[in-house]
Design a protein around this ligand. Structure first.
Ligand code: DGJ
Length: 724
């Protein structure tokens, strides 16, 4: 049951799994009091832990510097970096935010122009803080859902004064923890090496991850977790913070001299500002704060629930996703209709359900140096256009999907020749190309209209069931032709608002098209994009071993049904590694399963194996996609990578185990499972054994892989019905 109790200056949000408590000090300063395991009713003076002399607040002293606050501002008693920073018309940067009002509303209000969580079984608390002198108002919004162990938080700032002001920083969430001995876990990487596990202790000073690229980025994910001493995968207290946003962000943990850790997450204040005229408001993205008393496993469970139940929308949110084949690594730009149909026909025979035509079908795009923006079929390659191809693909019994990169323009394109000022640029400076392309200024309304019309035209021109929405370069230099000089630092965020508007329009208009987001692989894998597109291409690295690392740590935040994962050819195109088909398939089953190879080049034996793998997957698809996901063995710490998924009703579990290197003298390895019913008897489908849940969880499942090529094992456990 969700409760928001507001009494005697104390605000207590709880849902049976956690409590989040705030308290007013001196009737005006909103202090963070507690976030953690559920409390009955905190009665003590929680503030006593932090405020040595509460009376000092009435005597103009620097007391705020030691106070854990919900929305700290720098420069009026608190000397730490704040969560909100505004420059007023007189040049001052001081805000004295004091409690003004609060209200509780049922449900979860939408956030204007931004992706945000939704849900009916929710309650929201809005606390208004006001700076009396300037009239600046900050409304802090907290939502509790019945099924998520955590809260969401966002901030809406309104200029209630008579002069314009400029916001320099609006962090979505700030939590001042009363301890400093945490380890910080973040996801860091690069193109084709996204979201690798990065863990380190924090110490006095600041530790932060961020992106200033105009995308949530390959380099850092908008996420961090604080692990209490002793916490790990299976146990201990963990706090996870993430952002429902796809642009530049910052997540930081700052340990102060006073025994506190200030954790903040929000839009990157670096290269950001926002001018507010009188009466205008600025809405921050939403942050999600998760608490787990069951280690990282518990944290991931909370994030997965949040993502599936409160972020991903539409008819595909919980629907079976088709097994797809994508022609990118099979042909790159070198294809014609006949080649595509030969791949599709062979794939259909093997059980594939969706054919995806990747880059190169439009303009005169024989390489990546032209035609982005000219979304008209290349009749040299597709004589009967998308419509003709789609008809033929459907006749093979497959659905049809295409690739687009709508946010970009090639200098060699009709679009660029007609609208050279539509891209991000700084007048007088060279327009820097990345992959021979420029970034359209999505903050412009005319560009938004163009993109909506261009994508709609394509989707209406043929029976298209799926779209891969790609984005292959970051923003630099950042400048907009339509913004005045004092608003140039708004460009990157306005871009995101424009993109979200486009995606909202298109997803409403085409609810039956499954959308997969992509950014040169996983360069924009975040809760913001998942609000519009239920799956994201995880990485351009399709090597099975590297994918173990990427998918394993991506699962910290995201469930398998959001992660695009394909079986590709060997030697692998990125790393040149040769991995057995069975292993590639086992790893791809950890995400939205598909293929990315020229199936016409496979031997008959390989085709038969592929057909077997697909049939095997389909029989377990619901469990693999929507079961509860658990990490079992980390590839970062040993030679094995293992995970399992348990169906919602607990009757089926699928265990995947991948060995990185072949090893001698490792017979009898047992893998301890979890989340089974101890007293239930399970049939191991592949071996015919029957074992009780307690044995599987305590002694473990035998996963001794023979020395040699076969480096993966997938096992299915089915609960044996009890007689009578
Ligand atoms: C980057 C994507 O990640 C690839 O899968 C592919 O779609 C290429 N772009 C096409 O240009």
């Amino acid at each position: 049951m969700i409760e928001i109790l507001c009494e005697n200056g104390r605000f207590h949000l709880r849902n049976g799994q956690m409590s989040y408590v705030m308290q007013l000090v001196s009737g005006k300063y909103l202090m963070h009091a507690y976030f953690g395991a559920p409390l009955r009713e905190p009665r003590g003076r929680v503030s006593a832990r932090f405020v040595r002399d509460e009376a000092s607040f009435g005597r103009n002293e620097l007391g705020l510097d030691t106070l854990p606050q919900e929305c700290p501002t720098f420069g009026y008693g608190d000397l730490r970096e704040g969560a909100l920073e505004a420059e007023l018309a007189d040049g001052s940067r001081v805000l004295a935010l004091e409690y003004a009002a609060h209200r509780v509303v049922d449900g979860k209000p939408a956030l204007k122009g931004l992706p945000a969580s939704y849900g009916e079984n929710a309650k929201t608390l809005e606390i208004t803080l006001r700076d009396a002198l300037s009239g600046v108002e900050a409304v802090l919004c907290y939502t509790v859902f019945d099924d998520v162990c955590g809260v969401t938080r966002s901030v809406r700032v309104t200029n209630g004064g008579e002069q314009p002001l400029t916001l320099h920083r609006v962090m979505s969430a700030c939590v001042d923890f009363p301890a400093t001995d945490y380890r910080l876990l973040t996801l860091s990487g690069a193109w084709a090496r996204e979201r690798h596990w990065d863990e380190r202790p924090i110490a006095q000073g600041e530790t932060a991850v961020s992106s200033a690229r105009g995308a949530s980025s390959h380099q850092s994910a908008p996420f961090m977790a604080l692990l209490a001493p002793g916490a790990g995968e299976e146990s201990g207290e963990v706090y996870g913070l993430s952002l429902v946003y796809s642009g530049s962000f910052r997540a930081s943990a700052t340990v102060d001299h006073n025994g506190q850790t200030r954790a903040m997450i929000g839009i990157n204040p670096f290269d950001f500002s926002w001018r507010l005229e009188t009466g205008e408001s600025f809405q921050s993205p939403e942050a999600v704060l998760v608490y787990s008393s069951a280690g990282l496993r518990g944290m991931s469970r909370a994030f997965h629930r949040f993502c599936l139940g409160h972020i991903v929308r539409g008819r595909f949110a919980k629907a079976q996703r088709p097994v797809l084949i994508n022609n990118w690594e099979a042909t790159y730009f070198g294809f014609d209709e006949q080649k595509l149909l030969s791949i599709a026909a062979e794939a259909a025979k093997l059980g594939v359900e969706l054919f995806v035509l990747d880059d190169g079908w439009f303009g005169h795009r024989d390489s990546d140096n032209c035609s982005l923006g000219d979304w008209v079929e290349d009749r040299r390659k597709l004589p009967e256009g998308l419509c003709g191809l789609s008809r033929k693909i459907h006749a093979l019994g497959l659905q049809f999907g295409i690739w687009m990169e709508p946010e970009m323009v090639s200098p060699d394109s009709d679009l660029y020749r007609a609208h050279p000022d539509w891209c991000l640029h700084v007048p007088g400076r060279q327009r820097l190309e990345g992959r021979h392309q420029l970034v359209l200024d999505m903050g412009r309304e005319d560009v938004q209209q163009y993109v909506i019309a261009a994508v709609s035209r394509v989707l209406e021109s043929a029976e298209i069931n799926y779209i891969k929405w790609d984005m292959n370069r970051n923003m630099t230099p950042i400048g907009s032709a339509v913004l005045p000089s004092e608003r140039q630092r708004e460009t990157a965020h306005r871009y995101m608002l424009g993109l979200y508007r486009v995606l909202e329009t298109l997803t409403q208009r085409f609810p039956n098209v499954l959308m997969e987001s992509c950014a040169g692989g996983g360069g924009r894998f975040d809760l913001g994009m998942l609000h519009y597109m239920p799956q994201t291409w995880c990485s351009d690295d399709t090597d099975a071993e590297e994918r173990c690392y990427i998918q394993y740590s991506t699962s910290l935040l995201f469930p398998p049904c959001t992660m695009g994962a394909h079986v590709s050819a060997v030697p692998n195109h990125q790393l040149e590694r040769v991995t057995p088909l069975h292993t590639r398939s086992a790893v791809a089953m950890g995400g939205t399963y598909g293929f990315e190879l020229d199936v016409t080049r496979l031997t008959d034996a390989e085709k038969q194996e592929m057909a077997r793998e697909i049939a095997y997957y389909k029989q377990r698809r619901d469990t693999l996609m929507y079961g509860d996901f658990y990490r079992l063995k980390s590839p970062y710490t040993g030679n094995l990578c293992a995970w399992m998924a348990v169906s919602q009703d607990g009757s089926e579990a699928v265990v995947t185990c991948v060995r990185q290197r072949s090893e001698n003298y490792r017979a009898g390895t047992a893998l301890r499972l979890c989340a089974l019913q101890p007293e239930t008897l399970y049939l191991v489908v592949e071996t015919g054994e029957t074992l009780y849940g307690d044995e599987l969880m305590q002694m473990g499942l035998d996963i001794s892989l023979p020395v040699g090529d076969d480096t993966a094992m997938v096992r299915t456990l089915r609960a044996v019905p009890t007689k009578g």
